[in-house]
Design a protein around this ligand. Sequence first.
Ligand code: NAD
Length: 478
Amino acid sequence: MTKITIAKGDGIGPEIMDATLDIILAAGARIETEEIEVGEKVYLAGNTSGISAESWDVIRRNKVFLKAPITTPQGGGYKSLNVTTRKFLGLYSNVRPCMSLHPFVSTKHPIMDVVIVRENEEDLYAGIEHQQTDEVVQCLKLISRPGCEKIVRYAFEYAKQQKRKKVTCFTKDNIMKQTDGLFHKVFDEIAKEYPEIENEHWIIDIGAAKMADTPEAFDVIVMPNLYGDVLSDVAAQITGSVGLAGSANIGEECAMFEAIHGSAPRRAGQNLANPSGLLQGAIMMLNHIGQTDIAEKVHNAWLTTIEEGTHTYDIYKEGISKEKVGTKEFAKAVIANLGKKPSILKAVSYANSAPLNLPKYTRKPAGDKKLVGVDLFVHWPGNDPNALAELVKGIESNNVKLTMITNRGIKVWPEGFKETFCTDHWRCRFKPTAGAEITKKDIIELLSNALSKNIDAIKTENLYSFNGVDAFSMGQGQ
Ligand code: NAD
């Protein structure tokens, strides 16, 4: 018997949770549930994270969490409970199988069977944003080696276990050579450990286009957080319905399982909603807790029900569907099919689906890190980069000189283009003169000089080399 935490959520949440639990318990799931309250009521009671401290205790104690969708109230101050849960619990891996159910659910892609493995904790979702000048705000994109190693290894281990043939990596490393570059580099390193699985890398733009057009060209796709967020919805949608997909959020200690759709408030309380997305989440949960026999039984009964044409309104289609049913009736039909296997759709087998036991990340020895320069960011409302260069040269020291100014990354001094549009946010790059070194004291001196000359320095970024290789981007046009 495994104790799991459940939250019935908002909108259609309670109905689809009841249906899901009815089905898996009827199938013999060896689970005991402990319910917590999350979502709208908790938010509106004044808790801006949508969850109480006691509920965190329950989730952490049981380690397995089946969550129905919740409504995040509109307006400022309310934090997304999903993002908070993923980050607090270190749920680094988001897994979304997206499979067509042709000819029973209409889709333009009848043979699609793609699993998106999305990094779930970092990237632009670190949520570190600042306004720095009147005209410019920034969001920090953080990509870490542990983050990349964990998610890429997860994708390959998942592919190996599920007997999948290929893992594809999507990044934009032709532009983001440091951040996406690291993700791609780690992908290439880890791929070598799995010679039996094909691997490939696509630039995200053309990769996404290919996935939307010819999804059968892909098998498992691993990608950083933001791309994964967008493309996992695209992938689910093109199978025929976002209402049919579930997702697993897996960490080293805990895991959360859910439907990918939201709380559909307009459909709430009418016995209309399709419980399939949450049921898919529950099937992944059963596999995760080692109850693969039950997971397989439920999944095959569900496929049989879809194949019989017993459909909720969202996938009901005249000519294909046989009967339009509500949430409860759909659950009853799945229960009646327990023990059956589909005859046209491919039956699933979860014989090999024990929880993946991945090694913990071990920190690598420190590299040889050397300070080689500094970028000083300046808020300056002028337009002429040459005038700014003259001003900023006034803060140089004997051995640290201004070498470049960029605006939104584009080199505007020396020798910029007069056509380049400039904002009030400027990056001034300082490097030591030939043969000289730069130290942190030089940076403090630059800042102190800027202060005395009334230059509005908004931040600095140190430029480092690691093991003799410059580890920062050049200016565009440099
Ligand atoms: P939604 O997914 O709730 O609904 C989008 C459309 O799909 C609607 O037309 C809806 O009726 C339909 N739909 C969704 N699930 C369905 C189901 N199971 N059966 C039948 N039809 C279904 O997205 P939304 O309208 O953008 O968001 C509504 C609320 O859900 C918002 O408050 C949002 O913040 C929240 N949300 C929560 C989660 C989550 O908790 N994981 C995810 C996404 C959105």
